[in-house]
Design a protein around this ligand. Structure first.
Ligand code: ZDP
Length: 326
């Protein structure tokens, strides 16, 4: 387990010679580092089994790992094993506390990550980072400013901002617009799937299915998932959620993530699912909806001010150091 020399610095001492801005380091470890390969301190967290390697990168605008190294870290046999790697970067806009960037497990870079930002908020709190408002962080992301709040019960509630429904912004060529009741067919494996496209900063294709199709999709997800992910109607690829309506306030979803495949949970996906369910009049606007994911439940509401709120857990798994040659 990694132990920093000083509580004020989360940097591994082996990196200090490259990062003079943070100075107070015990001599022995700094000397030893000259011969050792560069090590990068990390902590691993998960939100409902959607797991991430988190790196404190506030001393540089450039992520400590490139896309290829991040993908290697995510490998479950030769790396740490994760669905993505998340970097806490210096604030990018006035009034924010820090910025988030992440790589999916295949090395692609998404705009946002719902489970990941809950983990990032927990990570920041665990490192002693203080937001400008107590218990709340203002985070710059590729989807704009996102605001997670640490609740007393240990869960994290996130203001995920407003969904985007305009096809050109999602981006999709499917005309899931008001004129079409927000549903358009996506053809995959010779079948037309009624799809609602929603962006939570990142693209989502939401498909409501019956119990029988849900079970079959679950069995076949590894083969059919990539067909949705790379469908030509989503030029930036897409995350895909298959959803069953269990009750007006309870949905169950299965997810195939862009760049990460089958995951146990997807926060932006759960938000997109509730937005799609409101648009298609399956659930009510402004009410808490429980979304059952393979890894557990998230509570989502699409509030009257258009912002989507997501509440769920984020847990520390362990701390460590990445070897320089991962
Ligand atoms: O948009 C994408 O490429 C997603 N794979 C990003 C990750 C989304 C995530 N699962 C979430 O919780 O929102 C982390």
């Amino acid at each position: 387990m990694y132990e920093p020399c000083f509580a004020s610095s989360f940097l591994p001492s082996s990196l200090v010679h490259q990062r003079p801005a943070r100075t107070r380091v015990c001599t022995v470890r700094a000397t030893a580092a000259v011969a050792a390969p560069a090590m990068t301190a990390f902590r691993k967290y998960h939100g409902l089994g959607n797991d991430f390697v988190l790196i404190d990168n506030r001393d540089s605008e450039t992520p400590a790992l490139g896309a290829e190294a991040a993908a290697a870290v995510c490998d479950r046999h030769t790396g740490v094993g994760a669905d993505g790697v998340i970097f806490m970067l210096p604030a990018a806009t006035e009034g924010s506390d820090f910025a988030m960037r992440l790589f999916n497990s295949d090395g692609s870079e998404p705009e946002m990550c719902g489970n990941g930002i809950r983990c990032l908020a927990r990570f920041a709190a665990d490192l002693g980072v203080r937001g400008q408002a107590p218990g709340t962080f203002r985070v710059d992301t590729g989807a704009g400013l996102i605001v997670p709040e640490l609740l007393d019960d240990g869960t994290v509630r996130v203001d995920m901002g407003e969904p985007m429904l305009s096809p050109c912004y999602i981006p999709t060529t499917l005309q899931c617009t008001l004129e079409n009741s927000y549903v358009a067919p996506m053809t995959v494996n010779d079948r037309d799937w009624p799809t609602t496209a929603v962006s939570m900063g990142n693209p989502h294709a939401v498909i409501f299915v019956n119990e029988e199709d849900y079970a079959k999709l679950d069995r076949d997800l590894e083969t059919i998932g990539p067909e949705f992910e790379t469908n030509h109607t989503f030029p930036a690829k897409t995350n895909t959620e298959f959803v069953r309506i269990l009750a007006p306030d309870r949905l169950r979803m299965l997810v195939w993530e862009r760049g990460a495949g089958r995951t146990r949970a997807c926060g932006t996906g759960a938000c997109a699912v509730v937005v799609a369910a409101v648009l298609t009049e399956h659930v009510a606007r402004g009410k808490d909806v429980t979304v059952e994911l393979p890894g557990g439940d998230l509570v989502i509401s699409w509030a009257d001010d258009d912002h989507v709120f997501m509440t769920g857990p984020a847990q520390l798994v362990y701390s460590g150091e990445l070897a320089g040659d991962v």
